[in-house]
Design a protein around this ligand. Structure first.
Ligand code: IMP
Length: 199
């Protein structure tokens, strides 16, 4: 079977991708399978720059097709923060959540979106990038214990549950990552004749 490496060691993300790619005829590897792969420094100014850099560097190091994502939470009233700094906004998930809630104190606008950009690299070059999003709002206090990151404070539009109160299956139907993956899969299916030799 052909395989592709996802440029992350984050087990939550790997599991989400495994589920999202379950029906595809492709085996998913991750950086856990390439423990010596050097860490890629995320110094881009956009999700797209960071995802592209990770995909290219991992593709070149592992010498197989690779994809990478960069994702984060953008809060409207905070000028898009934490954005590309989502994983570095504070030291722990709990502290990051607290910081968002504190910064939103007294603000009426609680609109936010999760964004995910996926970059696919083949033969050491990015061939395409795909953006997915899910819009919603930041709730007043954390709810739920599933998922990771900012899930306990993000409630997607049209639902009365936060991401952390949803099952993996529910979240994976509507998440920013799922939407980016859908676009990537459509592209791969359309371009399969080109990619067949690579996969
Ligand atoms: P990345 O690994 O550089 O893409 O960092 C993304 C960061 O954004 C994560 O560490 C989380 O803090 C946050 N994030 C991205 N996707 C999600 C999600 O699905 N739920 C909750 N937080 C997320």
């Amino acid at each position: 079977m052909a395989y592709i490496v996802v440029a992350t060691g984050n087990q939550h993300k790997v599991e989400e991708y495994k589920e999202l790619l379950a029906d595809q005829n492709v085996e998913l590897k991750s950086l856990k399978d390439y423990p010596n792969c050097p860490e890629v420094i995320e110094d881009g100014k956009t999700f797209t720059e960071n995802a592209s850099k990770k995909a290219v560097e991992v593709c070149r190091y592992c010498d197989v097709p690779a994809f990478a994502d960069d994702s984060g939470l953008e809060v409207e009233a905070l000028g898009g923060e934490p954005g590309i700094f989502s994983s570095r906004y504070a030291d722990t998930d709990a502290a990051r959540i607290e910081k968002v809630l504190k910064n939103l104190e007294g603000k009426d606008n609680r609109r936010a979106r999760f964004v995910c950009v996926i970059a696919i690299a083949i033969n050491g070059e990015v061939i395409e990038t795909f953006e997915g999003e899910v819009k919603g709002s930041i709730v007043d206090a954390p709810r739920g214990s599933n998922g990771f990151g900012y899930d306990p404070i993000f409630q997607p539009d049209g639902y009365d549950k936060t991401f952390a109160e949803m099952t993996d299956e529910e979240k994976n139907k509507i998440s920013h990552r799922a939407n980016a993956v859908k676009k990537a899969l459509e592209f791969i299916e359309d371009e399969m004749s080109i990619l067949d030799s690579e996969f």
